[in-house]
Design a protein around this ligand. Structure first.
Ligand code: CTP
Length: 399
């Protein structure tokens, strides 16, 4: 497993009988030349000792949030920045709940909350706890925060019951981590551009015409691309969303600014046009605030179609061009029309008449229309998972 060589992994061990398996995870990671630091929660220490962890990992075990010794050596923020990746194994229902709700009352939750890295969780708990709606809701929430779940598995439990909730085997967990680094390496040189959010087309200094768009799906796609190692540029209209500093974020307001920023960001291997770009702009924006009148007539003219321009350009066109279509009716007909008219490779379409999905929701359900007439449905799930799946398809296509 060469891809693990010299990687820095922060392992967080929570309380649960599966904690003994964490020692095997450490052994396997060390065998593959991983540099490990460990955080042991208070209840984790009831199951495994710091001494056994240190003996295997050959490094210090961090246990307290407020420790002079720790802070002098490596404070909790540095600890979260140090790692290439964080693995929480076993992740208990309690820790999952804390993370889903942003609690940070111990070192493990504080470091995780402060992290800007990929976080993997390997849950381990009783089947009833795993099946409980609160755990399901917490897991769904963590997925929208881009946490990656490993397991759990179905099987006999230490408590004597049978069902889903067993921690995945150490070798499976380590293979997932190696896969993550392998993908990062493979896609390192690929460049991606994503447009997202609405645009504002000004009428006067205080008024504008805009579109309904939260930008969430586009931001999630940019995050998924980054996770897979793409050099990612996100060109965003006004939204309330934030992204990791590793994404090259270009904030724009108007369609014209979005167009210029897109041109400046090329070349790219893939471009995903998820922005709800204003189709029209006001022909003559007033420099002064327009005073109220009975009838205000605005003359509108068409904005440049960014997707259309780029996808029909001989030298600028990325290898893979993906457009979006938000429709309230005739989804298939209109999506296919856009696919052909805008010369896209794929159109990702969603039905925005359904209130549960699309606009402003953290969940979505989409249909992908391909140039070769194939169609694929990605069922209702968090936008982060839809994005992960779309990016997996992008990688397959580019490879
Ligand atoms: N798009 C773009 N630049 C524009 C307009 C749209 O890049 N000026 C892109 C969007 O980012 C999206 C796709 O084109 O990928 C959407 O197509 P569009 O024709 O704008 O959709 P609608 O406005 O919904 O079109 P219509 O009113 O014809 O349904």
């Amino acid at each position: 497993m060469d891809n693990l060589n010299n990687k820095k992994i922060l392992l967080i061990i929570c309380g649960g009988i599966a904690a003994y398996k964490s020692l095997e995870i450490i052994r396997l990671l060390k065998k593959n030349n991983v540099i490990i630091k460990t955080i042991l929660t208070k209840s984790g220490a009831e199951f495994v000792t710091p001494l056994s962890i240190t003996s295997l990992s050959q490094s210090k075990v961090y246990q307290d949030l407020f420790s002079i010794e720790n802070e002098a050596e490596m404070d909790h923020i540095s600890l979260s920045r140090w790692a290439d990746l964080i693995l929480i194994a076993p992740a208990t229902a309690n820790t999952i709940s804390k993370l889903a709700n942003g609690n940070s009352d111990d070192l493990a939750s504080t470091v995780t909350l402060a992290s800007n890295k990929k976080i993997f969780i390997a849950p381990a708990m009783n089947v009833r706890m795993w099946d409980h709606r609160s755990t399901k809701d917490n897991i769904a929430k963590l997925k929208t925060y881009s946490y990656k779940l490993i397991g759990p598995k179905i099987g006999d439990m230490a408590c004597g019951e049978y069902g889903e909730g067993k921690m995945s085997e150490p070798i499976e967990i380590v293979k997932e981590l190696e896969n993550y680094f392998k993908n990062l390496k493979k896609n390192n040189k690929l460049r991606a551009i994503v447009t997202a959010g609405p645009t504002n087309e000004y009428i006067d200094p205080v008024r504008f015409i805009t579109n309904k768009s939260s930008g969430k799906q586009g931001y999630e796609i940019a995050k998924s691309l980054l996770k897979k190692g793409f050099d990612t540029t996100l060109i965003s209209g006004p939204t309330n969303l934030e992204v990791n500093n590793d994404i090259n974020l270009i904030k724009v307001e108007t369609a014209e600014e979005m167009f210029q920023a897109t041109l400046n960001s090329l070349p790219a291997d893939v471009a995903v046009f998820s922005a709800a770009v204003g189709d029209y702009k006001v022909k003559k924006t007033s420099k002064e605030k327009i005073k109220k009148v009975d009838n205000l007539n605005l003359e509108l003219e068409k904005n440049v179609d960014i997707l259309n321009y780029i996808s029909n350009h001989n030298s600028l066109r990325p290898k893979l061009v993906i457009g979006f279509a938000a429709e309230t009716n005739n989804l298939e007909k209109y999506a296919n029309k856009k696919l052909n008219e805008k010369n896209c490779d794929w159109i990702i379409a969603n039905d925005v008449s359904n209130k549960k999905i699309g606009f402003n929701s953290d969940f979505n359900e989409v249909l992908i229309f391909y140039k070769n007439n194939d169609t694929e449905k990605l069922k209702y799930k968090p936008k982060s998972e839809i994005s992960d799946e779309v990016v997996e398809k992008i990688i397959n296509h580019l490879n």
